[in-house]
Design a protein around this ligand. Structure first.
Ligand SMILES: Cc1cc2nc3c(=O)[nH]c(=O)nc-3n(C[C@H](O)[C@H](O)[C@H](O)COP(=O)(O)OP(=O)(O)OC[C@H]3O[C@@H](n4cnc5c(N)ncnc54)[C@H](O)[C@@H]3O)c2cc1C
Length: 500
């Protein structure tokens, strides 16, 4: 998605950027701020605003040359129950229903306290954005068509379809109300936390001016996930090493590693919820764009089969709930899937193909291939030819037509005489579920269950599973990042002001 942030990025970088001087070389002993926020995405900007609101002096550190983090590429769906927009359309909803839906989709693996806090705060936070300059897309709320469905429409989007709208509003409000207490630095990469007597009291920063130490009473890690750090994926969740990713290049997880080094516990690092639809352009191609496959959920294209390396199907390809597919990908070796169909199935879909750029991908010859026999197609992708042949014979048998198959699919189609097409596809990371364990006050928690004094985490750095469990409900990346950012900012400011 094209970022809509450029203009604001410039504005923010120019108007909020204040160089911190006089720290190079000599480690300071006095605090440079009450609260240091590391990372300028949704959680970081939420934290900045929450801390400023509570009277803190805040230093925001961002390693990129522009502010905004993943909000620069994220669509910005936001889920909340009981909004004015829902009421205006006669949609009856409740916080409890939101919680129940997330527990259903997340297999009840969320931290109940954090999930409740998110669901309870989401409505007021959404309305605050609307009241402070965010334009909601009037077609919302919707049941997000590309993820496991909620029971009622409760997912909103800014009219601009960009998560950066939330950052824009937070930054404008922060600057207008509390600008004199905020310093924001870009190209300021935090490389480590500073600990004294078991407390986190500062950060080491590497930037154009060299190495510096900045000190504060409280540090908030809003450093995002680790979906673009292949080494971290291999280290914590090797099962997903071959998954592709659509996460931003800066989602490299060093905040999570720093927190662990400082004594914080990490949670759920062993699993990742794989999204369907990652089509590589080459063997080592891990960065992809969303939406390559129009056979995805929103615009269902019927008749194709998905098979594993043995040529066996493993899921109802046409089911209207995303979760069984995401769960099934979890069980496939390397997350590698082959989508198979033939010319007859294309014809039955009105001549459309399941890919937006089918001809170009076919010509490229890596992820999309054509063959005149099932066996040759299977071999070209390293899939068992006999297995694929058997699967196609099974779905094409006259007795199978119009019947419910073993996966509950009733929309299967018989294959004809070809030619046959295959689309290579991988489970795809678009956010990471593991991260820094926090308590109900967003304090990082150590192995003894006690808070690591001075250290807070918010957003994807805490792992989306803490509020969403083992699954993904639409609009629960953006909303909790902002909400827990705000909460962490307020909590950290209160701690800093308490003089403890
Ligand atoms: C393509 C895409 C589309 C998405 N669409 C949606 C959607 O529509 N709805 C939804 O709910 N969720 C969506 N998500 C997920 C959601 O956008 C993210 O989970 C969320 O934005 C993460 O926010 P964050 O503030 O926690 O982290 P980020 O926005 O990733 O911010 C982390 C920031 O920390 C900085 N940083 C990291 N390490 C350091 C360091 N050492 N020193 C200094 N700075 C550092 C990074 O540069 C970055 O700016 C999407 C994700 C992707 C990838």
């Amino acid at each position: 998605m094209k970022p809509s942030f450029t203009a604001f990025g410039l504005f923010a970088a120019l108007s909020l950027l204040v160089s911190c001087v006089g720290l190079a070389g000599s480690p300071s002993t006095s605090n440079d701020a009450d609260v240091i926020v590391v990372g300028s995405g949704l959680a970081g900007y939420g934290a900045v605003y929450g801390a400023l609101e509570k009277g803190a002096k805040v230093l925001l550190l961002e390693k990129n040359d522009k502010l905004g983090g993943t909000s620069l590429i994220s669509t910005g769906t936001f889920s909340a129950a009981g909004t004015r927009l829902q009421k205006s359309k006669g949609i009856v909803d409740s916080v409890q229903s939101h919680i129940d839906d997330i527990n259903r989709i997340g297999h009840s693996k969320a931290d109940p306290v954090l999930l409740k806090r998110f669901a309870e705060e989401a409505t007021a936070v959404w309305e605050w954005f609307v009241d402070n300059g965010l334009s909601p897309n009037p077609s919302g709320p919707v049941i997000d068509p590309v993820h496991s469905p909620y029971s009622v429409p409760r997912t909103m989007t800014p009219t601009k379809n960009s998560a950066n709208e939330y950052v824009r509003v937070l930054a404008e409000q922060a600057k207008a109300k509390y600008g004199e207490r905020l310093t924001a630095l870009v190209k300021a990469k935090v490389t480590d936390l500073v600990l004294e007597k078991g407390k986190v009291v500062g950060v080491k920063v590497s930037g154009p001016e060299g190495e510096k130490v900045y000190r504060a009473k409280a540090i908030i890690l809003a450093t995002g996930g680790y979906g673009s750090n292949r080494e971290m994926v291999k280290k914590y969740s090797p099962k997903y090493a071959e998954f592709r990713t659509v996460t931003a290049p800066w989602s490299t997880g060093e905040g999570i590693e720093m927190a662990a080094k400082a004594g914080a516990t990490l949670v759920n690092m062993d699993y990742i919820v794989g999204y369907f639809g990652g089509m590589p352009k080459a063997a080592d191609h891990y960065a992809l764009g969303f939406g390559d496959l129009s056979s995805g959920f929103a615009e269902r294209w019927t008749g194709e089969i998905w098979v594993d390396a043995d040529g066996k199907r493993f899921v109802n390809e046409d089911g209207d709930d995303e979760d069984p597919r995401e769960t099934a990908i979890d069980g496939i070796k390397d997350g590698k899937i082959l989508i198979v169909f033939d010319q007859g199935i294309i014809d039955k879909n009105g001549g459309k193909t399941p890919l937006r750029d089918f001809d170009a991908r076919l010509a490229q010859g890596y992820a999309v291939k054509k063959a005149d026999s099932v066996e040759r197609l299977a071999s070209s992708f390293g899939v068992d030819p006999a297995g694929l042949r058997m699967t196609i014979d099974t779905v094409s048998a006259p007795s199978a037509q119009g019947q419910r198959d073993a996966f509950g699919k009733t929309t299967g189609m018989a294959f004809g005489s070809g030619p046959y097409y295959g689309v290579l596809c991988y489970g795809t990371i678009f956010m990471t579920q593991g991260g820094i364990k926090v308590d109900s006050r967003l304090r990082a928690v150590g192995a003894d269950g006690k808070p690591v004094t001075g250290l807070y985490a918010a957003g994807e750095s805490m792992g989306t599973s803490q509020w969403g469990g083992r699954g993904y409900a639409g609009g629960t990346g953006v909303a909790p990042a902002v909400i827990f950012g705000l909460d962490a900012g307020r909590e950290a400011a209160a701690f800093a002001k308490s003089g403890k």
